[in-house]
Unconditional design. Structure first.
Length: 58
């Protein structure tokens, strides 16, 4: 977003749809980078406990 403001005000470029779309893609990347998916964590915990109990019974 800073680049879009800089290019419009300082470089006198016209605002393009590409600036908005790229900003939305960056926001999406940030969301998925920091989002914690609870279902996957629970499945991993269940698999670990199941594997451990299987080892104990063998």
């Amino acid at each position: 977003m800073v680049f879009a403001v800089f290019s419009v005000l300082y470089l006198k470029e016209s605002f393009k749809l590409n600036y908005l779309l790229s900003f939305l893609c960056i926001l999406g990347a940030i969301f998925f980078a920091f989002k914690k998916f609870q279902q996957q964590v629970q499945r991993k915990q269940m698999n670990k406990s199941h594997t451990f109990s299987t080892i104990l019974y063998c």
